[in-house]
Design a protein around this ligand. Structure first.
Ligand code: CTP
Ligand code: MG
Length: 243
């Protein structure tokens, strides 16, 4: 295993093509959530800073002008390239596919062996989480971080509980999610791609093993206003106009 990972080229697709509709509906934010300034830097910039020490290629996906501005101060360490950003698509999966196809257009020899898919709205990913995902790819086609579900889960129909779902085996999935690059690219090109809820599901359906590694309760995705409150405690204050 020790000989396996150092020879692997790792790329990260940084997703920033979403509209942040749930967040905007709750706040008066004039900018999409991934571009909000938190602790002096845009959310997406924090995500890029967290990923870049682990990868050889960073591939941002989203609207070019906003991404170029948000990532303008980012300096890649030697041996790492920040690829020109590519536009995303209608759905998250369309945006992932756009990133995969951009990486596949790289010359032979520069294409990655492994690819991480990361939510640009997830700014506080601990280094050990990203490391664990990459390490697990020495033995698996895919690996995702997650945290055990702590709450009791109830299934409800028409306002009435029908049953209690045993939570022992349940995890909340996070990103970055890691995959063998060629495997994920080929599955995305296949017919099942449009039905999958996430990239791990594409592998699961095709019968590939996807490992679950330890995520972090701090690896918060900015989805609702309350997530911003938790992220402010970890990172610093936001410039969001208060409502
Ligand atoms: N994303 C993307 N392309 C899309 C949709 C989402 O690149 N068509 C990205 C978002 O920018 C975000 C990540 O995928 O970084 C996770 O998605 P989510 O949290 O759902 O963000 P939004 O889709 O922007 O938010 P909402 O669903 O509330 O509109
Ligand atoms: Mg969404």
């Amino acid at each position: 295993m020790a000989a396996f990972l150092p020879t692997m080229r790792v790329a990260a697709i940084l997703l920033a093509a979403g509209q942040g509709r749930r967040f905007s509906a709750q706040t008066a934010s004039p900018v999409a959530k991934q571009y909000l300034t938190l602790g002096g830097r845009p959310v997406i910039r924090h995500a890029a800073d967290a990923l870049i020490p682990h990868v050889q290629i960073l591939q941002p996906v989203g609207e070019r002008a906003s991404l170029d501005e948000a990532l303008s101060g980012l300096r890649a360490p030697s041996g790492c390239t920040i690829a020109p950003c590519v536009p995303g698509g209608e759905t998250r999966q369309d945006s992932v596919r756009a990133g995969l196809e951009a990486l596949d257009r790289l010359p032979e020899g520069e294409k990655p062996d492994l690819v991480l898919i990361h939510d640009g709205a997830r700014p506080y990913v601990p280094a050990e989480v990203t490391r664990a995902v990459i390490d697990a790819l020495s033995a698996h086609g895919g690996a995702i971080p997650g945290v055990p579900v702590a709450d009791t889960i109830k299934r409800v129909r028409d306002g009435v509980i029908t049953d209690t779902v045993p939570r022992t085996d349940l995890y909340r999935a996070q990103t970055p999610q890691g995959f063998r690059f060629g495997l994920l690219r080929d599955l995305h090109r296949g017919a099942a791609a449009s039905d999958a809820t996430d990239d791990a599901a594409l592998l699961e359906t095709a019968g590939h093993h996807v490992a679950m590694v330890a995520g972090s309760e701090d690896n918060i995705k900015l989805t609702y206003k309350e997530d911003l409150v938790r992220l402010e405690r970890l990172i610093g204050p936001t410039l969001l106009p208060r409502t």
